[in-house]
Design a protein around this ligand. Structure first.
Ligand SMILES: Cc1ncc(COP(=O)(O)O)c(C=O)c1O
Length: 374
């Protein structure tokens, strides 16, 4: 049956429908399995595989429109490391100049320790990115980017990369599989920080890669086992429980985000708002063309610079000052509080992760905090 993503989120990875059987897959907490003699394909040892990963991997693979299950990892960064293991020593890696800062740090580490040439590009400048593909091995793409919310022309970039023989890895954390499916546009690997929207409750750290390619799938699974980059069964079980409501949470969060972005754009204490839903946003047209929905991350620069931004964070009562994103609760942070954040990210940029609370409560809190620092 051809099911919609909402139905897939609810139904994929359920145990067989048998009289007296459980509706949910069990969580199996066992590091080892009964085994003697020459090992076969059956489960042997949890670093190599456990039945508790399979339902989540199946559900995420289907949500990304893949022909095979996802590969779950112990964190989003473990998934990034696994995907970037496709870059050979001395090879060339293209990355966005603005992207999740630890992914960029990982690229720098590949440069320092493995002689990789890292080309940082403005992901919104399609010609510049395509020029950087020349002679490259792998491109890591993010769209919308963290934290700048830049939108790349993914169909054009993925087609150009394929023509140039460049392997592509798309970090789909911000958009979620409901917002876009990069494999259908020609990406080789899609990755997620499952920690964010997929799990959705700020209670686990997990990652995943998805690919349609049998060789890449085998490479990613081998990386996971060899590096021990595995997820605990209980965390994966929790992530599947979170995934069941992905569509409801994302629909509500992005509707809230669009309302807040539009109101913030009119607020006297605001210098700039970034959200692809805003008709004047530089990413609006592309996002409207290639995404379903505009996501629930908002960029906000209050009038008064970094000090004002810090004061807004301190004046909020409902919004939680915290890093990370994609949970049911609304959080925010000034990204340049991290010395490692890209220096071209403005000092005063607040990244808002809009949750699923009542939008009027969220607005009232933002409005009072912004007015307090005017
Ligand atoms: C876009 C993006 N990719 C990857 C990661 C890394 O994921 P994790 O924190 O689960 O290791 C993050 C974390 O913030 C992220 O925002």
């Amino acid at each position: 049956m051809d099911l919609s993503p909402a139905t897939t989120a609810v139904t994929a990875g359920r145990p067989p429908r048998v009289q007296g059987g459980p509706v949910n897959p069990p969580v199996v907490l066992s590091s080892t399995y009964v085994s003697q003699g020459v090992p076969g394909p059956e489960l042997l040892y949890t670093r190599g595989g456990t039945e508790t990963w399979a339902p989540f991997e199946e559900a995420l693979g289907r949500l990304e429109g893949a022909t095979r299950p996802a590969v779950v990892f112990g964190s989003g960064m473990a998934a990034v490391a696994a995907a970037l293991s496709l870059v050979p020593d001395g090879g060339v890696l293209v990355v966005p100049r603005h992207a999740y800062q630890v992914s960029l740090g990982y690229a720098d580490d590949l440069a320092a320790r493995h002689g990789v040439e890292v080309r940082r590009v403005d992901i919104t400048d399609t010609d510049q990115v395509i020029a950087a593909f020349d002679g490259a091995d792998v491109a890591l793409l993010e769209s919308p980017t963290n934290p700048m919310l830049e939108v790349a022309d993914l169909p054009a970039l993925l087609a150009a990369a394929r023509a140039a023989g460049v392997r592509t890895v798309v970090d789909n954390t911000f958009a979620t599989p409901l917002g876009q499916n990069p494999l259908a546009l020609g990406a080789d690997v899609v990755l997620h920080s499952v920690t964010k929207y997929l799990a959705g409750h700020s209670d686990v750290v997990l990652g995943a890669c998805v690919t349609d390619d049998a060789d890449l799938d085998a490479t990613l699974r081998a990386y996971r086992t060899l590096h021990g980059a595995i997820a605990g069964p209980f965390e994966v079980w929790l992530a599947l429980r979170g995934l069941r409501t992905l569509h409801l949470r994302v629909e509500r969060a992005q509707a809230n985000a669009a309302v807040l972005a539009a109101r913030l754009a009119e607020h006297p204490a605001v210098a700039q708002v970034r959200h692809p839903s805003l008709p004047g946003d530089p990413g609006h047209e592309r996002a409207a063309r290639q995404m379903r929905g505009f996501g629930a991350i908002v960029g906000l620069r209050p009038i008064g610079g970094a000090a004002a931004a810090d004061a807004v964070v301190a004046a909020l009562r409902l919004w939680v000052p915290a890093t990370s994103l994609g949970g049911v609760e609304s959080t925010l942070e000034r990204r340049r509080r991290f010395a490692t954040e890209s220096p071209t990210v403005p000092e005063d940029l607040l990244r808002l992760s809009v949750g699923v609370e009542d939008v009027e409560d969220l607005w009232a809190d933002l409005d009072q905090a912004l007015r307090a620092v005017l």
